[in-house]
Each structure stands twice: as structure tokens, then as C-alpha cells.
Write a protein that binds this ligand. Structure first.
Ligand SMILES: Nc1ncnc2c1ncn2[C@@H]1O[C@H](COP(=O)(O)OP(=O)(O)OP(=O)(O)O)[C@@H](O)[C@H]1O
Length: 364
């Protein structure tokens, strides 16, 4: 666990009536980290964020910020600010007034001259110079998002909470704003905790990702950690797509597991299992399919069901002989050109044992 975490949740449970939204969550966030809470709709990520912000109270457990127990403190007694999903700007106030509002209300000791200066600095920081006098209704979606950011950071919180901050923007704008968020995080040096259900966004922005599944933390790790070493089929499938296939571990030697698939096929995988034998699930990332036969790789005899052109890649739907659930492979265009894939074609693909993720049990 992190020493001297800026945010620490210990055994936090949140219930609504008889429904438990969070089950005894433990989470430490280090000062300056960019942490993302990721998971499907209803998994509990917003609840977790709201517990940190003080908009919800834990049913049991403890919330500490900067070493201080804030479990029962209201939002305004926490060194935290929130960028809400809908931005929550005041429509009748100008951009500058929206941004300065928090300073005038909460920090009465900020003199007017300093307030004006801080608002101007913050406007520049989010790239909104020259927009100070506009009203929210006269701004684009991306500009409104920047005002919401500016309003949250002008008070210089220790922790910035971001609730799906980019979800209202179209794809192109969202990609641009991702770069902006990353830059702001670096320049401000404060802790960002963001909620998203968009795994690409989480992978691109975070130092660490907290994957949540039905009110429980499924795994915490860096983006590469989660991508390369997912702890469960759930994480493997949520962080980057994964083909999951039922299998049985029938032997193990020198860190190499021998597995039998439902169609009787034997393959070898190196990633993960400690159990000698028993039920398992294997995961293969779509981009790990190879087209050349190389000594030591697992051959997979397939029939092409469909091939979808995607510019730089070809996405190919495959049926592994004797297995009903289709698999997806993503091939670089160069590889697919030599293969000439079309529906109905019999083709053999190859997967390195190191690219076979092995999960014990039928945990799906
Ligand atoms: N005030 C409430 N009363 C009852 N149930 C609630 C309340 N707030 C949240 N829940 C339930 O708690 C669970 C977690 O909700 P939460 O908003 O944290 O999910 P989420 O992961 O953020 O989902 P989304 O991406 O859809 O916002 C959901 O099943 C939700 O219906």
C-alpha cells in the first residue's frame, strides 16, 4: 500500500436500503497520482468518487484525506474539488464569474485583486484567454468543459475529482481534451481521481487504474500491468478485448501449462496458473494472432467467418474448429494482404504460449 496516501479508503461499504453498492473497499491513492475508477455502468465507481468528495457518507469504514479522518465531513471541509459530468455552470454568470465564484464564497480571505489574477491565470491555463466575459450559453461543449475544469482548479484543491469529465464531448474533441487533461495534471502536480467507463481513456491517462466489478475492486494496477497481467477474465475482457475460451489444465512443466480446449485441441500457455490441473479459462488478445508458422507457437486451425477492413488493420472473425463461440483476430494490413482472408477460407493462425493468458477455475 502507498505510504502517506493523500486519499485512503479503508473497509468502505455503501448500502442503499438492502442493496450494497460497495463492499468493504480498500484504496490508497498517492499524492500527485492520476487514478481512474473504471468499470461498467452500475459497478460503483461514481459512488466511490462521491464518498471521497463528501457527497455520500460511508455506511461503514473510514475515508481519510491527507491523513485526516473525513468520513463524516461535508464536501466543503475537504481539500477536494469536483468537475461534474454536466459541468454545473451558472448560466447567468460570465466565464470569469463562474470561475471566481468558488474563491469569493469559500475563501473569503482571497483579496479581490488576487482573485482577479488567479482567475486570469486559470483561464490561460485551460486555454480560454479572451473568453472571460462570455456566458456558458455562448461557448462550445469543449469550452464549457474547460470552464468547469478552471472552476475546479482555481481553488487549488489537493485532490481533483473528475466524474466522466469528457463524456459529453464528441470523439474528436474528447481525444484532444485527453491530451489537455494529461498536461493539466502534470502542470498542477495535484492528485486526479477520475471516473470513466471508457477503457481507452483510462489506459491513456492514468498512472493507475482501479477496475471495479459489482461493488468490489477487481484489480488495481498501472495500465501496462492490467493489460499485460490481468488478474481475471473480467479484467482481461474489460481492459482491451480478449477472446476467452474454456479450457482444462492437464499438466504443467517448467512454467508452461498444457491445456485442453473443448474441441480436444492441446495448446500451451505460460502466463499465470499456479494450480497443477483443473478447470481454466484462457485469454488471447486479438492482436496476438500471428500468420506465420514459427517453431514453438500454438497452431489454431480456423475457418474465417467474416473480415472487416479497418484502415490499418483487418478485423477477422474466426471459428476455431469444433468450438461454437467465434474468436476475433486483428491483423496488420501487411500480414492480412499475404493471407488473403475471405469468409469460408480455412486458415491456420499461430499464438505464442507467452500470449496465452491462463486463468484458473471457471471464474467467468
Ligand atoms: N441514491 C441511490 N439509491 C439507491 N441506489 C443507488 C443510489 N445511488 C446509486 N445507487 C446504486 O448503486 C450502484 C452503483 O451506482 P454508481 O452510480 O456508483 O454506478 P457507476 O459505476 O458510477 O455507474 P454509471 O457509469 O452508470 O454512472 C448502482 O446499482 C446504482 O443503481
Amino acid at each position: 500500500m502507498t505510504s502517506n496516501p493523500i486519499v485512503a479508503l479503508s473497509g468502505v461499504t455503501k448500502t442503499y436500503g438492502i442493496f450494497t453498492a460497495l463492499h468493504a473497499i480498500d484504496l490508497d491513492i498517492a499524492e500527485g497520482e492520476f487514478v481512474t475508477l473504471l468499470g461498467p455502468s452500475g459497478c460503483g465507481k461514481t459512488t466511490t468518487l462521491r464518498l471521497i468528495g463528501g457527497f455520500e457518507q460511508a455506511s461503514t469504514g473510514r475515508v481519510a484525506i491527507d491523513g485526516k479522518d473525513v468520513t463524516h465531513s461535508p464536501p466543503y471541509h475537504r481539500p477536494v474539488n469536483t468537475v461534474f459530468q454536466d459541468y454545473a455552470l451558472f448560466p447567468h454568470m460570465s466565464v470569469a464569474e463562474n470561475i471566481g465564484y468558488g474563491l469569493s464564497v469559500k475563501s473569503n480571505n482571497v483579496p479581490k485583486s488576487e482573485r482577479t489574477e488567479r482567475v486570469a491565470d486559470t483561464l490561460a491555463m485551460v486555454g480560454l484567454d479572451g473568453m472571460a466575459h462570455r456566458r456558458p450559453g455562448e461557448l462550445s461543449g469543449g469550452q464549457r468543459q474547460r470552464v468547469a475544469m478552471a472552476r475546479a482548479i482555481v481553488r487549488r484543491p489537493r485532490v481533483l475529482l473528475l466524474d466522466e469529465p469528457l463524456s459529453a464531448l464528441d470523439v474528436k474533441l474528447r481525444e484532444g481534451m485527453q491530451v489537455e487533461l494529461k498536461r493539466l495534471h502534470r502542470e498542477l502536480g495535484i492528485t486526479f481521481v477520475m471516473v470513466t467507463h471508457d477503457q481507452t481513456e483510462a489506459l491513456a491517462l492514468s498512472d493507475r487504474i482501479v477496475v471495479i466489478n459489482q461493488g468490489r475492486i477487481a484489480q488495481i494496477g498501472s495500465p501496462t500491468d492490467l493489460y499485460d497481467n490481468p488478474a481475471s477474465p473480467y479484467v482481461a475482457d474489460f481492459i482491451g478485448a480478449t477472446n476467452l475460451i474454456d479450457a482444462e489444465i492437464i499438466g504443467q512443466e517448467n512454467g508452461l501449462a498444457t491445456l485442453r480446449l473443448g474441441n480436444g485441441m492441446i495448446i500451451r500457455g505460460t502466463r499465470g496458473p499456479s494450480a497443477k490441473t483443473g478447470k481454466a479459462t484462457i485469454g488471447i488478445r486479438p492482436e496476438r494472432f500471428q500468420t506465420n508458422s514459427i517453431e514453438g507457437l500454438n497452431p489454431l486451425h480456423c475457418t474465417v467467418l467474416e473480415s472487416l477492413f479497418q484502415g490499418d488493420r483487418l478485423r477477422v472473425e474466426l471459428a476455431l474448429d469444433g468450438i461454437t463461440k467465434p474468436l476475433f483476430a486483428e491483423l496488420p494490413r501487411t500480414a492480412s494482404a499475404s493471407l488473403d482472408v475471405y469468409p469460408g477460407k480455412k486458415a491456420t493462425f499461430y499464438v505464442d504460449p507467452a500470449d496465452i493468458l491462463v486463468f484458473e477455475g471457471d471464474a467467468r
